[in-house]
Design a binder for this molecule. Structure first.
Ligand code: ZN
Length: 218
């Protein structure tokens, strides 16, 4: 089970439907892999629905209303998982929310080589304020050390990576911002495949990285 979630605030924003599309895609995909986060979001949705009901009659989403009703009917029971879609997997073991955004199988995507051991493929969303892409990192490959001008949200889909912050495996989300200067290294074994959303270019900070900076596409 994933250990790193996007954080309470992001999950609440997701439940409220206020996340931009690329981040919503990251969270929806994370939810497919994390029963814990699904339960949290179900709670937020139920609370949100109940609050709306006390203010004025509104059209509450069917499932949120069902969750409130379920709790009213069965007090003391564990929260019902409203958003608890079973993990429906597409080709390649990718969770459905993400698979629906891709034109085909992982291998058929237009991967481009960024550096030895690192490939990227763009993911089209309706929001161009963010760069949304898949990264495929060969086992054991170290990324160039870098910091972040904005926010970088990474969801691990396959394999794993480690950096100064910890170990990230399937379903884990890392939210990196200005405060994190890191050098992610893909674990040995299978390639590490991540969904990465950034709102600004990363800044390479290692000795070689500083020289590479002008060539990094954002
Ligand atoms: Zn980073």
């Amino acid at each position: 089970m994933p250990k790193h979630t996007p954080g309470e605030e992001v999950l609440m924003d997701y439940a409220a439907g206020s996340l931009p599309e690329p981040l919503s895609l990251v969270v929806a995909t994370h939810l497919a892999l994390s029963p814990e986060s699904r339960a949290a979001v179900a709670d937020y949705e139920a609370i949100g629905g109940a609050l709306l009901e006390t203010i004025e009659p509104v059209d509450v989403a069917d499932d949120a209303l069902a969750a409130v009703m379920a709790r009213l009917e069965r007090p003391g029971e564990e929260p019902i998982e409203v958003s608890a879609q079973p993990v429906r997997e597409h080709n390649d073991g990718l969770p459905r929310p993400l698979a629906d955004y891709l034109a085909g199988d992982l291998d058929s995507l237009p991967w481009r080589t960024v550096m030895r051991g690192l490939e990227e493929a763009d993911v089209e969303t309706g929001d161009n304020r963010f760069k949304t892409r898949l990264m495929r990192i060969a086992p054991g490959t170290a990324m160039p050390r870098h910091s972040h001008a904005g926010t970088e949200v990474t969801l691990v889909l396959k394999g794993a990576f480690s950096d100064e912050d910890g170990h990230y495996g399937r379903g884990d989300v890392q939210v990196a911002d200005e405060g994190l200067d890191h050098r992610p290294v893909a674990e040995e074994g299978e390639p590490c495949i991540c969904l990465v959303v950034t709102d600004a270019p990363v800044r390479l900070t290692g000795p070689v990285g500083r020289w590479l900076n002008p060539f990094i596409r954002y």
